[in-house]
Every structure is written in C-alpha cells, then in structure tokens.
Design a protein around this ligand. Structure first.
Ligand code: CUA
Length: 165
C-alpha cells in the first residue's frame, strides 16, 4: 500500500504540472493575441509589397541603382535602401526634421529585417521583393536601424543610422 500511495502522489504532481503548463501557454497566447507587437493605428504604418526585383541586378535597376534620399514633395522624400549581409546602403542616412519619408527597401542577398526602434517602422527586407513603408520624423535625433531577422554571422552587427535634423 505504501508504493500505491507514492504513485498517487506522483500522478497528482504530474497532473498539476500539466495544468500549470497549459495555463501558462494559454495566458501567453492570450497576451500576444490581445496586444500584437506593433498595433498599427493607421494606413501609414503598414508596410506594403510594391513590386518584384531581380536581387542580382540591383545596380542597374531603378530605383535601387541610386540608393539614398530623393525629394518628391514639400518635405516629403523617398528613401531607397538596399539591405545586404551585413549592412544597409546608404549608411548613414540624413533626413530633414519633420520629413515624411517613404522607405523603399529590398535585399541584395538574404532576408533581413528593417526596424527603427522607437517608431512603428519594422518590416522585412526580402531579396526579390520591394517593400515600402512611410514614416514621418517629427523628432530630431539619431535613429538606429536594426536587422531583426537572423541573416548569418554578422547579423548582430548589422545596423545603420538615420540622422534627423
Ligand atoms: Cu541582416 Cu540579420
């Protein structure tokens, strides 16, 4: 009878652990479901795939043959950027204060991330895909651009800077 009681205790313990595990998973799923990482509030904060491009021919394919900032309106710009292992072209990027910037981004090799911490800008730079996202820089300062997709040995060092002034 002694062994029987021990077994009961172990079964009970196992069931409790299972319950705790299920509860934790459920809570986590609920938390993520209710508050997604970037709660997009408006159309401007969504990224779009806007075209296809041959990643091996970027040097001769507009607009990626001329990476950088191009004025298209009154304090409105296009920022053409190529992500590569392991950096961004151009590096750094200077943006006038208050500018509305349409990022036009692709990758010349593998999938990279394009995240500007402190803003809603966060999307993937994929080879063959053109991804666009718009952001207005209302605060002056130095903004970091980070790669948040694992892309190889230099991933941790992959970044650039945006200077808003
Ligand atoms: Cu590029 Cu990680």
């Amino acid at each position: 009878m002694h062994i029987h009681r021990l077994e009961k205790i172990w079964i009970g313990f196992g069931l409790i652990m299972l319950l705790v595990f299920l509860l934790l998973t459920g809570v986590a799923a609920f938390a993520f479901g209710v508050s997604p990482p970037s709660s997009a509030s408006g159309h401007e904060h969504m990224e779009h795939h806007t075209g296809k491009v041959d990643p091996t021919k970027l040097k001769t394919t507009a607009p990626f043959d001329k990476p950088g900032l191009k004025q298209i309106g009154n304090n409105e710009y296009e920022a053409v950027i190529i992500a590569y292992a392991f950096g961004y072209n151009p590096d750094p990027l200077d943006i006038p204060l208050g500018a509305k910037v349409h990022f036009i981004v692709t990758s010349s090799d593998v999938v990279h991330g394009f995240e500007i911490p402190g803003t809603n800008v966060n999307f993937m730079a994929e080879p063959g895909e053109v991804t666009e996202m718009t952001h207005t820089f209302d605060k002056a300062g130095e903004y970091l651009v980070l790669c948040n997709e694992y892309c190889g040995t230099g991933h941790e060092m992959m970044k650039t800077t945006i200077n808003v002034k």
